[in-house]
Design a protein around this ligand. Structure first.
Ligand code: ZN
Length: 356
């Protein structure tokens, strides 16, 4: 199937775009955005919609799994779309909610069995060369939502799912009074070795008195949202932990990505441990239902484009930016959620805020 697509692409575009990295090609080849969007609409029209009972009858359920209805709108109907796989090590199914368009893994992982997904080597994956790229990505995202992250003095920040502390390190450099929580004890140990003022804790926010007391000006979720099996409960908790004028920053894979429309089950956002896939069409439901007042987005053009290190010629860089904006289809979604109207007045001045 992939080779058929490659052959078709070669016939359409010749070799002109062979030097463009895979993750950028679909954004720069002329006409490809419109073609992929049409292909996507056709897929949605032709994919079957089943009742949950029908769906359960066709799909095996693993020991650590459970069947879900849509967590955003409650519709139990299922539109099976994808079966991503990681070689022989994992495979799962992704369905779309026919009412609200939410994409989620179904069957999903039972929350109490989430630990089974994470291998012991997870923390070593979060350091090394990966660390430098991650920190660049954090810097670029903070810049995109300026001035929220410019001066941290006198402001409290919680990094939920802090891993080895790569972001906490930047937060303390910017003057934030920063704490983090994570469910991997190895990562928390590494984080505390890295940090000077900021602290990382093992466990859930409610397990750590200093964090459970709330009053945070900023909460950050870096590549965490897609891992949450009970997002509504978590976001209600985040909302309570925020101080007046507080904001919540989200970076996650974008279910509206043009790369998903192009590569389908082979999309990079379908990783082993991802459970739910949000876009700017579905995130407002989660935020609105849990008491947030507004949300703003910063389109993601890719780290090399934003950092100015991309090898793409200027006209192609411009074309990529236009394709991302016109499709709302960058590969990552970056969102800033506002706890209340005061937060919108204080931090939303330079942003396009959608009220919830
Ligand atoms: Zn739904």
């Amino acid at each position: 199937m992939v080779s058929v697509k490659r052959t078709a692409a070669r016939m359409l575009f010749g070799s002109r775009y062979n030097k463009v990295p895979w993750g950028q090609r679909v954004y720069v080849r002329p006409g490809e955005r419109l073609m992929r969007e049409a292909q996507w609409r056709l897929k949605l029209r032709s994919a079957r919609v089943m009742s949950l009972e029908e769906y359960k009858a066709t799909v095996p359920l693993g020991e650590i799994e459970e069947f879900l209805s849509c967590m955003m709108c409650g519709d139990s109907r299922q539109q099976p779309l994808f079966e991503p796989t990681g070689g022989r090590t994992w495979r799962y199914r992704v369905v779309r909610c026919p009412s609200c368009g939410f994409l989620y893994r179904n069957p999903n992982i039972r929350p109490e069995r989430l630990g089974d997904l994470y291998a012991n080597s997870y923390s070593s994956f979060l350091t090394g060369k990966y660390a430098a790229n991650r920190q660049r990505r954090y810097q670029l995202t903070m810049d995109a939502f300026a001035p929220v992250f410019e001066h941290g003095e006198g402001r409290r920040l919680l990094d939920f799912g802090c891993g080895a502390g790569l972001f906490l390190e930047l937060a303390e450099q910017r003057g934030f009074d920063a704490v983090g929580v994570d469910l991997s004890p190895d990562s928390v140990e590494q984080a505390n070795a890295r940090l000077t003022k900021a602290r990382a804790y093992f466990g859930a926010p409610e397990d750590v008195p200093e964090i459970a007391a709330g009053g945070f000006d900023v909460i950050t979720l870096w590549s965490v949202l897609a891992h949450l099996p009970r997002p509504l409960e978590d976001f209600e908790r985040f909302r309570h932990l925020l101080a007046p004028e507080g904001v919540l920053l989200i970076l996650t894979v974008n279910a509206g990505s043009l790369l998903l429309k192009a590569y389908e089950s082979g999309w990079s956002g379908f990783t082993k441990n991802h459970l739910m896939f949000y876009s700017s069409a579905t995130l407002p439901t989660l935020l609105g239902r849990t008491g947030f007042s507004g949300v703003a987005y910063a389109p993601h053009y890719g780290d090399t484009i934003e950092a100015g290190t991309s090898q793409l010629p200027g006209p192609l860089r411009a074309r990529l930016r236009r394709a991302v904006e016109n499709s709302d289809g960058g590969n990552m979604m970056r969102a800033l959620a506002f706890a209340d109207d005061e937060a919108i007045s204080r931090w939303g001045q330079r942003l396009r805020v959608r009220r919830l």
